[in-house]
Design a protein around this ligand. Structure first.
Ligand code: HEC
Length: 150
Protein backbone atom coordinates (compact mmCIF):
# COMPACT_ATOMS: atom_id res chain seq x y z
CA UNK A 1 0.00 0.00 0.00
CA UNK A 2 2.77 2.38 0.93
CA UNK A 3 4.85 2.01 -2.20
CA UNK A 4 2.48 3.51 -4.78
CA UNK A 5 1.91 6.39 -2.42
CA UNK A 6 5.63 7.03 -2.15
CA UNK A 7 5.90 6.82 -5.90
CA UNK A 8 3.05 9.29 -6.29
CA UNK A 9 4.69 11.64 -3.82
CA UNK A 10 7.97 11.55 -5.71
CA UNK A 11 6.20 12.21 -9.01
CA UNK A 12 4.52 15.24 -7.46
CA UNK A 13 7.85 16.45 -6.06
CA UNK A 14 9.54 15.91 -9.40
CA UNK A 15 6.82 17.87 -11.17
CA UNK A 16 7.19 20.71 -8.68
CA UNK A 17 10.94 20.64 -9.15
CA UNK A 18 10.66 20.75 -12.94
CA UNK A 19 8.12 23.54 -12.71
CA UNK A 20 10.73 25.47 -10.75
CA UNK A 21 13.19 25.34 -13.66
CA UNK A 22 11.62 28.38 -15.29
CA UNK A 23 12.41 30.41 -12.17
CA UNK A 24 15.30 32.82 -12.44
CA UNK A 25 17.13 31.91 -9.19
CA UNK A 26 16.23 35.31 -7.93
CA UNK A 27 16.52 34.61 -4.21
CA UNK A 28 19.86 32.79 -4.58
CA UNK A 29 21.27 35.56 -6.69
CA UNK A 30 20.11 38.27 -4.31
CA UNK A 31 21.64 36.36 -1.40
CA UNK A 32 24.95 36.13 -3.29
CA UNK A 33 24.86 39.86 -4.01
CA UNK A 34 24.60 40.66 -0.29
CA UNK A 35 22.46 43.19 1.58
CA UNK A 36 21.78 46.54 -0.13
CA UNK A 37 23.77 45.49 -3.21
CA UNK A 38 25.53 48.08 -5.33
CA UNK A 39 25.10 48.08 -9.11
CA UNK A 40 28.50 46.35 -9.40
CA UNK A 41 27.37 43.61 -7.00
CA UNK A 42 24.15 43.15 -8.96
CA UNK A 43 26.03 42.99 -12.26
CA UNK A 44 28.09 40.09 -10.85
CA UNK A 45 24.94 38.03 -10.35
CA UNK A 46 23.06 39.36 -13.40
CA UNK A 47 21.80 36.80 -15.91
CA UNK A 48 21.57 37.68 -19.59
CA UNK A 49 19.10 34.83 -20.24
CA UNK A 50 16.71 36.23 -17.67
CA UNK A 51 17.28 39.66 -19.22
CA UNK A 52 16.32 38.24 -22.62
CA UNK A 53 12.95 37.25 -21.20
CA UNK A 54 12.51 40.63 -19.50
CA UNK A 55 13.37 42.36 -22.78
CA UNK A 56 9.86 41.47 -23.97
CA UNK A 57 8.66 44.70 -22.37
CA UNK A 58 11.12 46.61 -24.54
CA UNK A 59 10.47 44.68 -27.75
CA UNK A 60 7.25 46.56 -28.51
CA UNK A 61 9.50 49.49 -29.41
CA UNK A 62 12.95 47.96 -29.95
CA UNK A 63 14.38 45.30 -32.23
CA UNK A 64 17.72 43.86 -31.13
CA UNK A 65 18.89 41.93 -34.17
CA UNK A 66 21.81 43.11 -36.28
CA UNK A 67 20.57 45.21 -39.19
CA UNK A 68 16.89 45.00 -38.18
CA UNK A 69 14.84 48.12 -38.74
CA UNK A 70 13.91 50.53 -35.98
CA UNK A 71 10.48 50.28 -34.42
CA UNK A 72 9.09 53.13 -32.32
CA UNK A 73 12.59 53.27 -30.81
CA UNK A 74 16.05 52.56 -32.30
CA UNK A 75 17.44 49.07 -32.88
CA UNK A 76 19.47 48.15 -29.78
CA UNK A 77 21.83 45.54 -31.24
CA UNK A 78 25.33 46.53 -30.14
CA UNK A 79 24.23 49.48 -27.99
CA UNK A 80 26.46 48.66 -25.00
CA UNK A 81 29.47 50.99 -24.94
CA UNK A 82 28.15 53.26 -27.73
CA UNK A 83 27.84 57.03 -27.36
CA UNK A 84 24.32 57.93 -26.25
CA UNK A 85 21.88 58.53 -29.14
CA UNK A 86 24.09 56.91 -31.79
CA UNK A 87 23.27 53.22 -32.00
CA UNK A 88 21.02 53.49 -35.04
CA UNK A 89 22.31 56.25 -37.34
CA UNK A 90 19.04 56.34 -39.33
CA UNK A 91 16.97 56.91 -36.22
CA UNK A 92 15.65 60.40 -35.44
CA UNK A 93 16.72 60.87 -31.84
CA UNK A 94 15.32 63.75 -29.83
CA UNK A 95 17.50 66.80 -29.25
CA UNK A 96 17.18 66.01 -25.55
CA UNK A 97 18.84 62.61 -25.89
CA UNK A 98 21.33 63.70 -28.58
CA UNK A 99 22.63 66.53 -26.42
CA UNK A 100 22.95 64.42 -23.28
CA UNK A 101 26.51 63.22 -23.94
CA UNK A 102 28.27 60.19 -22.48
CA UNK A 103 28.17 56.52 -23.41
CA UNK A 104 25.89 53.62 -22.58
CA UNK A 105 27.57 51.70 -19.78
CA UNK A 106 26.19 49.92 -16.72
CA UNK A 107 25.58 53.16 -14.86
CA UNK A 108 23.88 55.17 -17.60
CA UNK A 109 21.78 52.19 -18.73
CA UNK A 110 20.73 51.56 -15.14
CA UNK A 111 19.53 55.15 -14.72
CA UNK A 112 17.83 55.09 -18.13
CA UNK A 113 15.98 51.83 -17.63
CA UNK A 114 14.93 52.91 -14.12
CA UNK A 115 13.34 56.11 -15.38
CA UNK A 116 14.12 57.48 -18.86
CA UNK A 117 12.14 60.68 -18.35
CA UNK A 118 14.03 61.45 -15.15
CA UNK A 119 17.45 60.88 -16.71
CA UNK A 120 16.60 62.77 -19.92
CA UNK A 121 13.67 65.16 -19.56
CA UNK A 122 12.18 65.60 -23.03
CA UNK A 123 12.94 62.10 -24.31
CA UNK A 124 10.24 60.37 -26.33
CA UNK A 125 10.91 56.98 -24.73
CA UNK A 126 7.45 56.70 -23.16
CA UNK A 127 8.30 53.99 -20.69
CA UNK A 128 7.52 54.08 -16.99
CA UNK A 129 10.78 52.35 -16.08
CA UNK A 130 11.77 49.13 -14.33
CA UNK A 131 11.66 49.49 -10.57
CA UNK A 132 13.46 46.29 -9.62
CA UNK A 133 17.28 46.69 -9.52
CA UNK A 134 18.02 43.01 -10.27
CA UNK A 135 15.73 43.06 -13.30
CA UNK A 136 17.56 46.15 -14.54
CA UNK A 137 20.90 44.37 -14.06
CA UNK A 138 19.58 41.36 -16.01
CA UNK A 139 18.45 43.67 -18.83
CA UNK A 140 21.86 45.38 -18.92
CA UNK A 141 23.59 41.97 -19.02
CA UNK A 142 21.35 41.05 -21.95
CA UNK A 143 22.10 44.29 -23.84
CA UNK A 144 25.82 43.65 -23.27
CA UNK A 145 25.46 40.07 -24.51
CA UNK A 146 23.91 41.45 -27.72
CA UNK A 147 26.95 43.66 -28.32
CA UNK A 148 29.80 41.94 -30.14
CA UNK A 149 33.04 41.96 -28.15
CA UNK A 150 31.44 43.01 -24.83
C1 HEC B 1 7.02 52.73 -25.79
C2 HEC B 1 8.22 52.50 -26.55
C3 HEC B 1 9.50 52.13 -25.83
C4 HEC B 1 9.68 51.13 -24.90
C5 HEC B 1 8.65 50.19 -24.31
C6 HEC B 1 11.10 51.12 -24.60
N1 HEC B 1 11.74 52.07 -25.33
FE1 HEC B 1 13.76 52.45 -25.34
N2 HEC B 1 13.48 54.01 -26.64
C7 HEC B 1 12.26 54.40 -27.16
C8 HEC B 1 12.44 55.62 -27.92
C9 HEC B 1 11.33 56.38 -28.65
C10 HEC B 1 13.81 55.94 -27.85
C11 HEC B 1 14.50 57.19 -28.45
C12 HEC B 1 14.36 58.29 -27.39
C13 HEC B 1 14.83 59.68 -27.79
O1 HEC B 1 15.31 59.89 -28.92
O2 HEC B 1 14.72 60.56 -26.92
C14 HEC B 1 14.43 54.90 -27.05
C15 HEC B 1 15.80 54.83 -26.77
C16 HEC B 1 16.42 53.81 -26.06
C17 HEC B 1 17.85 53.68 -25.87
C18 HEC B 1 18.92 54.60 -26.44
C19 HEC B 1 19.55 54.02 -27.72
C20 HEC B 1 20.66 54.87 -28.30
O3 HEC B 1 21.03 54.65 -29.48
O4 HEC B 1 21.18 55.77 -27.61
C21 HEC B 1 18.05 52.57 -25.10
C22 HEC B 1 19.38 52.01 -24.62
C23 HEC B 1 16.74 52.01 -24.82
N3 HEC B 1 15.77 52.79 -25.41
C24 HEC B 1 16.53 50.87 -24.05
C25 HEC B 1 15.26 50.38 -23.73
C26 HEC B 1 15.06 49.21 -22.88
C27 HEC B 1 16.16 48.34 -22.30
C28 HEC B 1 13.70 49.06 -22.76
C29 HEC B 1 12.94 48.03 -21.94
C30 HEC B 1 13.29 47.95 -20.53
C31 HEC B 1 13.06 50.10 -23.55
N4 HEC B 1 14.05 50.87 -24.12
C32 HEC B 1 11.70 50.26 -23.70
C33 HEC B 1 11.05 53.75 -26.98
C34 HEC B 1 10.81 52.72 -26.09
Amino acid sequence: MQRPLIRLASIVLLALGLGGCGDDHREERLRAAGPHPSLDALMKVADADVGARKFRQCAACHSIIEGASDRGGPNLYGVFGKPIASNSPRYGYTAALSSHGGTWDERTLNAWIANPMKMVPGTTMQFAGVEDPLTRADLIAYLRSQTPGK
